[in-house]
Design a protein around this ligand. Sequence first.
Ligand SMILES: NC(=O)c1ccc[n+]([C@@H]2O[C@H](COP(=O)([O-])OP(=O)(O)OC[C@H]3O[C@@H](n4cnc5c(N)ncnc54)[C@H](OP(=O)(O)O)[C@@H]3O)[C@@H](O)[C@H]2O)c1
Length: 197
Amino acid sequence: MGKPKSGETVVVSAAAGAVGSIVCQIAKIKGCHVVGIAGSDEKCDWLRNDLGVDSAINYKSEDVLAALKKYCSNGIDIYFENVGGEILDAALTLMNKFGRIPVCGVISMYNDWSVPEPKMLKNILMKRLTVQGFILLDYLHRMEESLQALSQWIAEGKIQYRVDIVDGIENAPTALSKLFTGENQGKLLIQTSKVES
Ligand SMILES: NC(=O)c1ccc[n+]([C@@H]2O[C@H](COP(=O)([O-])OP(=O)(O)OC[C@H]3O[C@@H](n4cnc5c(N)ncnc54)[C@H](OP(=O)(O)O)[C@@H]3O)[C@@H](O)[C@H]2O)c1
């Protein structure tokens, strides 16, 4: 959906999460300049040192717009949207003409009605952006293709992932809250039963 081309600049929000970390690495495989945005120094170090993104921004301690200006000197061609709110506004400000914004999620806006609506939507017009939402169920018919590509990249050491396993269905409500606080380290899974050996 983002139609990445080698040499383009890709910005990914919630970049250290389950979706974002894979997007960052696929963008690197496609030859793009990749900037990830995440909520802790530990996550930013993982993005830079282990996943090989070009730059990482801690949105909790840095001015995101200023940091994006610094790390995206040629503007942004693709903004992979996971969070919405002020980070979306900062990305919209720096999008290049005919840029693409795949909208996967807006996690900052699901529960918090006080998050300000984006102010920079005029950039969609001025810069002729393509903004498209999607739900993974729309792409179930391409599951096999995706599994093959991802398995091969993992086998080749081109893609890494982290899994955060919480034991017991009774812990599901507290586990799910980790997605909103950023406590999860990678794909959050709830283990409902143990396989007897
Ligand atoms: N369209 C689809 O089919 C589809 C499917 C799965 C998921 N999604 C969406 O994709 C996004 C990522 O989901 P995921 O399952 O991969 O979860 P995840 O990224 O592993 O976990 C969510 C992360 O979002 C970040 N976050 C939470 N509140 C935030 C806020 N207010 N501002 C900025 N970042 C915030 C936290 O990381 P930090 O520590 O970096 O803050 C948290 O770890 C979510 O928006 C989700 O709803 C969409």
